[in-house]
Design a protein around this ligand. Structure first.
Ligand SMILES: [Zn+2]
Ligand SMILES: [Zn+2]
Length: 379
């Protein structure tokens, strides 16, 4: 077979393998547990001797990132959720920072802009063939962003969200991008617009079609128009979005977003970071899917932050994140039908590390219909 044709055939085979659709929770769980070929497994890897830093954490090792993107979405629902980045602050080179997208009627709505946002989008577009993501994600459609909170790991991709599409022609770019988020998002957006002023100026001068405004965005604070019972903050022909308060460390304002998709009535909730709270329960009430973080309790002593003793780590980390007991209570009290974990903090010794052990802890705690996402997955 000619080399070119062979590689095209292989590429097709890989796409099919990567996007085989599974339907039941059990089938999806089994598909997620399987190992699939990943190019990055060929990356040279040296096991580090000093296991005490964020860089050496086993969760970041390529040998533990051994599955490709899956299409776990229901085939009878046209609205989808694309996991672009499933990472957290740990410097894991195989997971981009927190970034998701709801796609309804071939139009995307983005949730959180973690590290590597633009590249995460590139990887995701190439990972799935259930829909024409290359067209759906084209520059003119990159307009709406919803931020769960203003921590750096969820916002550092904002300059990419604004400026990278602009580099491909602002005659296409949206001039009034909207970034919904907690109080302070307006100041953050104004600062980002200002910080890249030189770049925008130069691009506008060097082109006959680009306009300066093509690379700016407006921050829209959703607080204080939100209470524990939720409040509608956005609606168009595709989605209705409600915001709810959540609890995450010492941030005054953090939000969950509840999307109701109009064509097929899916209720998709994005909880961001945080532990159990009344607002999060209300956000996830009887929802179809909740995208939420999770963290180990069993192996918390291996966390490279939060204090010196296990007791101290449980106290400090528990004020920020979702232990299995919290997840169980959240599911019981909200009646949410399914949970997809992203931003998973999986700490353990190198000898005992298992990429699905936090998922197993959650299941062991009694949480049902729960999956763990990888970058490029579709739900
Ligand atoms: Zn985070
Ligand atoms: Zn956070």
């Amino acid at each position: 077979m000619p080399k070119k044709l062979l590689s095209a055939t292989l590429a097709t085979a890989c796409v099919i393998a990567a996007t085989a659709t599974a339907q039941t929770w059990e089938e999806n769980l089994a598909a997620g547990a399987a190992t699939t070929e990943q190019n990055h497994l060929n990356v040279p890897f040296t096991q580090m001797k000093n296991m005490k830093t964020a860089f050496s954490s086993p969760g970041n090792w390529p040998i533990f990132e051994n599955r490709g993107p899956l299409d776990r979405s229901p085939t009878d629902k046209p609205s989808k959720v694309l996991v672009m980045g499933s990472g957290d602050p740990n410097p894991n080179p195989y997971r981009y920072g927190p970034a998701l997208a709801v796609i309804v009627n071939d139009y995307p709505y983005f949730i959180d802009a973690g590290e590597g946002w633009w590249r995460a989008l590139g990887k995701s577009v190439q990972s799935q063939d259930a829909m024409d993501l290359a067209t759906i994600m084209n520059v003119p459609n990159i307009k709406y962003m919803f931020l769960t909170h203003l921590h750096e790991d969820h916002t550092v991709g904002l300059p990419s969200f604004i400026l990278n599409p602009f580099k491909f022609g602002s005659n296409l770019a949206v001039v009034d991008k909207k970034v919904y988020g907690p109080a302070g998002v307006d100041e953050m957006m104004a600062s980002i617009n200002d910080a890249w002023r030189i770049d925008r100026n130069e691009m506008a001068q060097g082109s006959t079609v680009q306009k300066f405004d093509g690379a700016t965005a407006v921050g829209v604070p959703v607080w204080p128009h939100v209470d524990v019972n939720g409040r509608k903050i956005f609606e168009d022909d595709n989605v209705l979005v409600e915001a709810f308060p959540t609890a995450h460390g010492f941030l005054e304002n953090t939000h969950a977003y509840r999307f109701t998709t109009k064509p097929d009535g899916r209720v998709l909730v994005f909880g961001g970071d945080g532990h159990y709270s009344e607002g999060l329960v209300n956000a996830a009430k009887d929802a179809d899917l909740l995208f939420i973080e999770g963290i180990t309790r069993k192996n918390i002593k291996y966390a490279p932050w939060g204090g010196d003793s296990e007791e101290e780590k449980v106290k400090v980390i528990g004020a920020y994140h979702m232990f299995p007991s919290d997840m169980k209570k959240l599911q019981d009290d909200s009646g949410v039908k399914g949970i997809v974990m992203v931003h998973v903090q999986n700490y353990n010794s190198p000898e005992d590390f298992d990429r699905l052990s936090v998922l197993q802890e959650m299941i062991g705690e009694g949480v049902v219909n729960i999956l763990q996402a990888s970058d490029g997955d579709l739900y």
